[in-house]
Design a binder for this molecule. Sequence first.
Ligand code: ADP
Ligand code: ADP
Length: 217
Amino acid sequence: MRLVLVGPPGAGKGTQAQFIASHLSIPKISTGDIFRANVSGGTELGKLAKEYMDRGDLVPDEVTVAMVRDRLSEKDAQDGFLLDGFPRNVPQAEILKKMLAEFGTGLDLVLELVVDDEEVVRRLAGRRTCRSCGKVWHVDFDPPAVPGVCDVCGGELFQRDDDREETIRHRLEVYQEQTEPLISFYTDEGILVGVDATGPVEEVTQRAMAALRRFAG
Ligand code: ADP
Ligand code: ADP
């Protein structure tokens, strides 16, 4: 199955992508994670992306699209994938459509995670990420047993540079201006389904899986 997860920053895309991808045995492809890995690895791509990410702006399309094209060409993505954080504007969605058509395929479904702005700010402000394994925690909603330490691998938790209040506000504007138009784009394509993303993580996963069964057979 070829899927896209869309929703505002902090909606729970990364959290849900992990569970949905594992239920469906498809790779989760998160452009934010790939950019962050490049930033910490000090690659040229990372150096370029960092200034945009720190401001909360989108990395230019040519850079992002080339990166996604490479990733989708890998062997594990040939029979399906779950994209998290891509596409993020209509031009990216149009390029993705062309790219998949070249591969002789197309998207099956786009899941929109629906949450209000206040919840998004609460989720982003308390988000912590493990430096070693990348697992995402929340100081109130999903706290590790020992504050600041990852339960899974013992790694150190950190707050993302772009999860500061100023940048959060800007990212929400960028979402409204550039990413939200994707909702009509994919509604017109007949492949958009909205999922209520409030409540416990497991309930959201169940709703997403039920939507997948309903719409994608
Ligand atoms: P969140 O999960 O909070 O929505 P991401 O981890 O997906 O954030 O993305 C973090 C940052 O990486 C974005 O603010 C942007 O700078 C960059 N980024 C990620 N995906 C894309 C994309 N598809 N196009 C452009 N920039 C992107
Ligand atoms: P996104 O990838 O959309 O930016 P994340 O998956 O990183 O979102 O989640 C943002 C924050 O919200 C994280 O700290 C995560 O632990 C928390 N979170 C995710 N889903 C829920 C939920 N259903 N209820 C409460 N907190 C959640």
